[in-house]
Design a protein around this ligand. Structure first.
Ligand code: ZN
Ligand code: ZN
Ligand code: ZN
Ligand code: ZN
Length: 403
C-alpha cells in the first residue's frame, strides 16, 4: 500500500492526525465519527484525546512536498466546500478531473459538491463508481446511503447504511440513519451495532436473506456525533422531507432482485474481505498511487530532523499539538518543562499518560527511504543509552546538562 495513503479511506492523507497509539488517519476519517478504538491496532481511544489532537505538522509538510499539485487543488476544493460554495468546488473538481480523469478523491469532492447543489443523481454516479472500486471504504457507503435517502429510495439507502456499519461498527452516523429509518417504521432499535445489523437484515429479509450477521467488532458508543460533512445541519431539513414517505416493503420481485445483488456485493466472510483488498490493490490504486510512491524520493534526511537534537528522528513521537520529536528528546524535555518545546502548548495530560508511542507512519517512511542512516542512528542511540546506564544518572540530571 502507498505509504501516504490513509488506511481508512485509502486516499492521499488529508489533514493527518496521529493518535496516542501512534497510528495516523485523515482528520475527516476519524474526527467525523470518533471511533472508540484505533481502527489499526484496536487500542482504546479516549474521545477527548481524539478531539483535541492537532494535525501532524511534519506529515502535512511531507504530503505537500511529495504531492504539491494534488495538495493544492484539494485544499482549494475543501475551502470552497467548507464555505458552501458548491458551484465553485464543482468547477475546480471538474477542471482537475479533466486532467486526471481517474482521480478518485477528486470524485469524492465532486460528489460532495453535487450533493450540496442537490444534484443527487450526479452525486450517486460518482459514489457508485467509488464504492465499486473501494469495497472496504465505509464512508463511501454512508455517503451513498444519504444520497439515496434524498432521492426517496429508503430501502436502498438502508442497504448502504448496513454495509457501512458492517465495515465499521463504530460508524455512529450510519447507526443514526438506520435508527431514523426503522424507528419511523415502528421498529425499536438497540444501540449495539451487531444487534442493529441483525434487525436491519431481518427487516430486509424476504425470500433472500441479506447476509449472516457475525460481527466480531466490539460494542460501540452510543453518542451521536456530528459528521464533518455538515449534512446534519441543512441536509437534515431536506432529508426529513423524505422521511414522511413510507418505506416500501420488499415483497415485490424487483426488491428481491436488488437485495440479491446486494448480497453478492457484500463481503460475507473473512477470506472474501481479503480477496476484495487484493482486488483493490491492483484496481483501486490508479496511476496516482504509483507516481506518488515515486514522489517519496523528493524527501531527504533533513526533512526528518528532530528539532531538539537536530539529528534523524529516533522513535519519533507526535505530541497532541502535532509536533514531532525523538521519544528520548521529548521525554527529557518534558521532565523539566511541561510544554511543547516548539509551540509552548501545555502537555500535562500527555506527560501524565506517558504513552510515548512512536508515529508508525514516520518510522515506515524513514525505514523505506533511509534504512542505512536509520541503522546508524540506532547505533548512536544504543551507545548513548549504554553510556547513560553505566553512570546510572537519573534522566533529569542529564536533561539539565544537555539543555
Ligand atoms: Zn482517510
Ligand atoms: Zn493504533
Ligand atoms: Zn531528537
Ligand atoms: Zn507543539
Amino acid at each position: 500500500m502507498d505509504l501516504l495513503e490513509c488506511p481508512l479511506c485509502l486516499f492521499l492523507m488529508a489533514e493527518p492526525v496521529t493518535m496516542s497509539c501512534g497510528h495516523t488517519f485523515c482528520r475527516r476519517c476519524v474526527g467525523g465519527y470518533l471511533p472508540s478504538r484505533c481502527p489499526s491496532c484496536k487500542e482504546r481511544l479516549k474521545q477527548r484525546e481524539v478531539k483535541i489532537m492537532k494535525n501532524n505538522v511534519l506529515l502535512i509538510s511531507v504530503v505537500e512536498k511529495c504531492c504539491p499539485d494534488e495538495t493544492k487543488t484539494k485544499c482549494q476544493i475543501q475551502e470552497k466546500l467548507k464555505a458552501n460554495d458548491f458551484m465553485e468546488a464543482l468547477r475546480i473538481a471538474n477542471e482537475a478531473l479533466h486532467l486526471v480523469p481517474d482521480d478518485q478523491s477528486l470524485k469524492v469532492y465532486r460528489a460532495e459538491a453535487n450533493w450540496g447543489l442537490m444534484r443527487f443523481s450526479d452525486a450517486l454516479t460518482d459514489l457508485d463508481y467509488l464504492c465499486c472500486l473501494r469495497p472496504s471504504w465505509a464512508e463511501g457507503f454512508f455517503r451513498k446511503g444519504n444520497v439515496l435517502l434524498e432521492m426517496g429510495q429508503q430501502t436502498d439507502a438502508l442497504i448502504q447504511f448496513y454495509r457501512c456499519l458492517k465495515l465499521h461498527a463504530d460508524f455512529v452516523p450510519a447507526k443514526s440513519q438506520i435508527k431514523k429509518i426503522l424507528e419511523a417504521e415502528g421498529l425499536a432499535l438497540p444501540d449495539e451495532a451487531s444487534c442493529i445489523l441483525q434487525v436491519v437484515s431481518e427487516y430486509l429479509k424476504g425470500p433472500c436473506p441479506i447476509t449472516s450477521v457475525s460481527d466480531s467488532q466490539g460494542p460501540s458508543h452510543p453518542e451521536g456525533l456530528k459528521h464533518p460533512r455538515g449534512d446534519e445541519g441543512e441536509g437534515k431539513g431536506r432529508r426529513e422531507a423524505h422521511q414522511g414517505s413510507k418505506v416500501k416493503h420488499d415483497t415485490g420481485t424487483e426488491c428481491c432482485l436488488s437485495l440479491c445483488q446486494a448480497v453478492s456485493f457484500l463481503p460475507a466472510a473473512e477470506e472474501d474481505e481479503e480477496m476484495m483488498m487484493r482486488k483493490e490493490d491492483g484496481h483501486g490504486k490508479g496511476e496516482n498511487g504509483h507516481s506518488r510512491e515515486k514522489r517519496l524520493s523528493v524527501l531527504t534526511v533533513s526533512d526528518f530532523e528532530c528539532p531538539l537534537c537536530i539529528r534523524l528522528f529516533f522513535e519519533p513521537v507526535t505530541t497532541p499539538c502535532g509536533h514531532t520529536f525523538c521519544k528520548n528528546c521529548i521525554e527529557r524535555s518534558l521532565d523539566h518543562n511541561l510544554r511543547c518545546p516548539l509551540c509552548k502548548q501545555p502537555l500535562q495530560e500527555f506527560f501524565k499518560n506517558r504513552k510515548y508511542n512512536p508515529t508508525v507512519l514516520l518510522q515506515d517512511i524513514m525505514a523505506r527511504l533511509f534504512p542505512s542512516q536509520l541503522a546508524e542512528r540506532k547505533q548512536v542511540h544504543d551507545a548513548e543509552m549504554a553510556e547513560l546506564s553505566k553512570y546510572a544518572l537519573p534522566s533529569s540530571i542529564y536533561t539539565c546538562d544537555l539543555f
